[in-house]
Write a protein that binds this ligand. Structure first.
Ligand code: FMN
Length: 183
C-alpha cells in the first residue's frame, strides 16, 4: 500500500533550501511513500472571508482544500520568518482550516522540517507543531530536523554536502511510514 504525502514549502524563492528538503525527501523516500512536488501555495490569494463562500470561492482555494482532504500526510518545510512561519505558509493553513466545521487539517498526519538561520527554526517549528495539534492533527516529529543556516547546507534540487542531513530525513520518513502503517 502506498501513502500520498502532500508537501508545502514555506519559501517561494527558486533557490529555497526548504524546497530542497522536499526534493531530498522525494529522492530518499521508501517506495510506500509517494511524495508530491511542493504544492503551488503562491497561487492562493490572501485569506478573505468574502471569497470564502460557495458563490465566490476561487477554484485554486477549493483545489487546495481537496488536496489536503485527500492526502494521507502532509510534509511542511518551513523557513523561520521572525520567529514564526512565513506568511504564505500561514495563509495556506488558514485556507485549509476553513470553512468553519470543515477543517481539512483536523485528523491529518503532518511532519515538520525547518531550514532557517542561526536558530535552526526552533521557534517556528514549535509554533507550527502547536498550531497543527490545536487544529486536530497529529505531528510525527522524530528525529527533529531543524537546519541551522540551511541555505548553505541544502540546495533547491535536494542535494547536500552533509550526509547527516540525509540520514535525518531518511529516519524521519521511516518513522512517518511506520506511523501511517500502524494507524
Ligand atoms: C523576513 C525574514 C525573517 C527571518 N527571520 C528569521 C528568524 O526569525 N530566525 C531564523 O533563524 N532565520 C530567519 N530568517 C532566515 C531564514 O529562515 C533562512 O534564510 C531560511 O533558510 C530561508 O529558507 P529558504 O532557504 O527555504 O528560502 C529570516 C528570513 C527572512 C527573509
Amino acid at each position: 500500500m502506498a501513502f500520498n504525502v502532500l508537501t508545502v514549502s514555506g519559501s517561494l524563492r527558486a533557490a529555497s533550501s526548504n524546497t530542497g528538503l522536499i526534493k531530498m525527501a522525494q529522492r530518499l523516500a521508501p517506495a510506500e511513500l509517494v511524495i508530491a512536488d511542493p504544492y503551488p501555495i503562491r497561487d492562493l490569494p490572501f485569506y478573505d472571508g468574502d471569497l470564502d463562500t460557495p458563490e465566490t470561492l476561487p477554484a485554486v482555494c477549493a483545489a487546495w482544500r481537496t488536496a489536503v482532504a485527500d492526502c494521507d500526510a502532509l510534509l511542511w518545510a518551513a523557513p523561520e520568518y521572525n520567529y514564526s512561519v512565513s506568511g504564505v505558509m500561514k495563509n495556506a493553513i488558514d485556507w485549509a482550516s476553513r470553512p468553519f466545521g470543515a477543517n481539512a487539517l483536523g485528523g491529518l498526519v503532518s511532519t515538520v522540517v525547518t531550514s532557517a538561520g542561526g536558530g535552526g527554526g526552533s521557534k517556528c517549528q514549535e509554533y507550527l507543531i502547536n498550531v497543527l495539534g490545536l487544529l486536530g492533527g497529529t505531528v510525527v516529529n522524530d528525529p527533529e530536523i531543524g537546519l541551522k543556516m540551511g541555505p548553505g547546507l541544502v540546495s533547491a534540487d535536494g542535494s547536500t554536502t552533509d550526509p547527516e542531513v540525509e540520514a535525518l530525513v531518511s529516519a524521519r520518513l521511516a518513522n512517518l511510514l511506520a506511523h501511517l502503517t500502524n494507524a
